[in-house]
Design a protein around this ligand. Structure first.
Ligand SMILES: [Fe+2]
Length: 347
């Protein structure tokens, strides 16, 4: 009896302590906050942040802005910057932020285990949390999938006057060329750019959605775009946008060898962060299944971790093999790629 009573009391005491410490933790945690500087501006992202706050009790303050402006702002604010985290799109830009000296290395087992090594900075200065594929889209009335193969094949004169893409000032194209420099060498990458430009149906103009609309309208047969722009048209409330979607096919290039060019949306912890523990916790949250589902379902991007369900329209594009080149190469080769595109006459 004594023993069992003791055990019972012991159990109750332990439970009380756990309950009390939980309350303390919550009270304490509610005071904690992080300041995120983000260039992502998708409606679903607020849910992503709210869920983090609900789970951890850490308040998220969001500063939104254009990518390069945010990097400049953090630089200007210097050691007084309230920024804890920078989130931006494209590894080329994350590289730029790192070169500006505003990021600090994060050593997290969770991040290292969850995120494939090619989608993060080799020393943990930034991490990719979603993956975007830059693919060839085609007008289904004019081209069949069997005519398509690789990025390299877009240089073939058979496509003369049939390809469009956005301008060389766009970082997505700069990163694609930066990858090609690493894969083919500078000389061949430049030759590819020249031949591609020779195949353009019109001088580069507009964003990725404009290229998709132009291909659907028959202005060109093919375009280089990120898949989430295609998916967005397929999900549109507007019939005319769904009609555009129905005319477009998605082709993942280079499936027989290295795989399709992918880029990331990612982030890192700011060197001067005053809430470093919470900031790392947030990055770890982004690599977890809850946040990964938001990326996959919310903005039609690809998750970086396995076994996350795709949005149905994204799933309809099919599975594909991604190039496993380390995305930090896009940053390393960025200035070379800009020069090459310029010499090739890519406006
Ligand atoms: Fe985009």
């Amino acid at each position: 009896m004594t023993i069992s009573r003791r055990l019972f009391l012991g159990g109750a005491t332990a439970a009380t302590i756990i309950a009390a410490s939980k309350i303390n933790e919550t009270v304490f945690a509610q005071k904690k906050q992080i300041n995120i500087y983000s260039s992502r501006h998708y409606n679903t992202d607020s849910e992503l942040y709210n869920t983090f706050s609900r789970i951890t009790g850490i308040k998220v303050n969001l500063v939104e802005g254009k990518d390069d402006e945010l990097i400049e702002r953090i630089k200007t604010e210097g050691k007084n910057s309230p920024a804890d985290i920078l989130i931006t799109v494209d590894a080329g830009r994350l590289w730029r932020a790192d070169q500006a000296g505003i990021l600090s290395p994060v050593n997290s087992k969770i991040l290292q285990q969850q995120i494939p090594s090619n989608l993060r900075h080799p020393k943990g200065h930034w991490f990719g949390f979603s993956k975007r594929a830059r693919v060839i889209i085609f007008n289904k009335n004019k081209v069949s999938k069997s005519q398509l193969s690789t990025y390299e094949d877009l240089a073939n004169p058979k496509w003369k006057g049939k390809i469009i893409t956005r301008s060389s000032s766009n970082i997505y194209n700069q990163s694609l060329v930066a990858a090609l420099i690493s894969i083919l060498g500078e000389k061949k990458a430049e030759q590819w750019c020249k031949s591609l430009v020779a195949n353009f149906a019109r001088p580069p103009q507009g964003g990725d959605t404009d290229q998709i609309k132009a291909v659907a309208a028959g202005i060109a047969d093919l375009a280089l775009v990120n898949t989430y722009y295609v998916a967005r048209l397929g999900q549109s409330d507007k019939k005319e946008e769904r009609d555009i979607f129905s005319k477009i096919g998605v082709f993942f290039p280079n499936q027989n060898a290295r795989g399709t060019h992918v880029n990331i949306c990612g982030g890192g912890v700011i060197k001067t962060s005053k809430n470093r523990t919470e900031a790392v916790k947030f990055l770890e949250y982004l690599a977890g299944s809850t946040a990964q589902s938001f990326f996959a379902q919310g903005n039609n991007e690809y998750p970086v971790v396995a076994n996350i369900k795709y949005d149905p329209i994204v799933a309809s594009f099919g599975n594909f093999k991604s190039d496993t080149i380390n995305v930090s190469v896009y940053g390393q080769n960025n200035s070379k790629s800009v020069q090459i595109m310029d010499r090739a006459g890519w406006k």
